[in-house]
Ligand binder design. Structure first.
Ligand SMILES: [Mg+2]
Length: 312
């Protein structure tokens, strides 16, 4: 896959972020703790079956629109393209978006065929979806299994009644899946099983390669974001989610204490500050180069490796 960098992107910072529970929040995930009279005003960025579903604070929306003017903003989500296209972040529609955990690279809203072909080739390296799906269904119990879904023929997930899900079930599934080249992630009411070759970092690295961007900033909250955060030059995670719960850390990672929708706002504030600092730094003092992958103090047991960083 060789093509010249997209115009106007060379050397710009790439900002890659997970969406759900990182930048956008459903009502149960808002975690607003202040008196109602002091709650921030919220912008609805997604409607599902004619009802409002996902929100960000108005301040977060303002920050994201400004950030997308300065940097190349690339949403990086486990949502399928169809689920992603329901989300309308502020600012112009992102030129590039990573969907299905890296299974699709959307360019101007269309799934890139060359990337799909590349991904299909890599999926031969792990156990087939049918085998993993069958194992998940066999291990699940009707008392807590609400729905079972396959996303675009790429990975599987269960929707569960979280309060009835045994504490050890996800861990046992993750151990089995790890031996078969798959990762497991529990996010809200969904248990995902995703093949190791399907990573957000690989797709974001492809965007960086095509566009010739400089540094990468990233944010995410779940184990499926770990490889992306590890790949980035600077990264953020909220005080909620799987990464916070497992104490995941890295030298270039800011672990925020903020939880819920206010964590999304804080991430965007700090990313904006990082961009501003970078713009104010004289070019000769910028430390660049790929460097070694950062050491993580507590790598998640089921997260795949990040994509190699492109030469910069
Ligand atoms: Mg998330």
């Amino acid at each position: 896959m060789t093509r010249p960098p997209a115009p106007g992107t060379h050397g710009r910072t790439l900002v890659a972020s997970d969406l759900d529970r990182t930048l956008i929040y459903s009502a149960p995930a808002l975690e607003l703790t202040m008196p109602d009279a002091s709650a921030p005003r919220l912008l609805c960025v997604e409607t599902y079956e004619h009802k409002p579903l996902s929100f960000m604070t108005e301040e977060a929306a303002r920050l994201l629109a400004a950030l997308a003017d300065e940097a190349l903003f690339v949403p990086a989500t486990t949502r399928t393209p169809e689920q992603y296209l329901r989300v309308h972040p502020p600012g112009p529609p992102p030129r590039y978006a990573v969907c299905a955990n890296g299974g699709h690279l959307l360019v101007d809203g269309e799934s890139d065929p060359e990337w799909r072909e590349h991904v299909a080739g890599r999926l031969t390296e792990c156990a087939p979806l049918d085998q993993v799906r069958a194992h998940m269904l066999e291990a699940a119990r009707p008392e807590w299994l609400l729905k079972e879904r396959v996303a675009d023929g790429l990975f599987a997930y269960l929707v569960v009644e979280r309060s009835l899900l045994p504490g050890t079930w996800v861990k046992e599934l993750a151990e089995w899946a790890g031996d078969h080249g798959w990762s497991v992630s529990l996010q809200g009411r969904k248990v995902y099983a995703v093949p190791h070759p399907l990573t957000k970092s690989a797709a974001v690295a492809e965007v960086a390669r095509r566009t010739g961007t400089g540094r990468t900033l990233a944010a995410g909250d779940s184990l499926l974001d770990a490889d992306l955060l590890q790949y980035a030059d600077a990264a953020w995670r909220p005080g909620h989610g799987e990464l916070a719960d497992s104490g995941w850390a890295a030298p270039h990672l800011r672990a925020l204490a903020d939880r819920g929708v206010l964590a999304g706002e804080r991430i965007l504030h700090e990313m904006t500050a990082a961009l501003t600092e970078e713009a104010a730094t004289p070019p000769h003092s910028v430390v660049s180069g790929p460097g070694p992958a950062p050491a993580v103090s507590a790598p998640p047991p089921v997260a795949p490796s990040p994509a190699p960083r492109p030469a910069r």
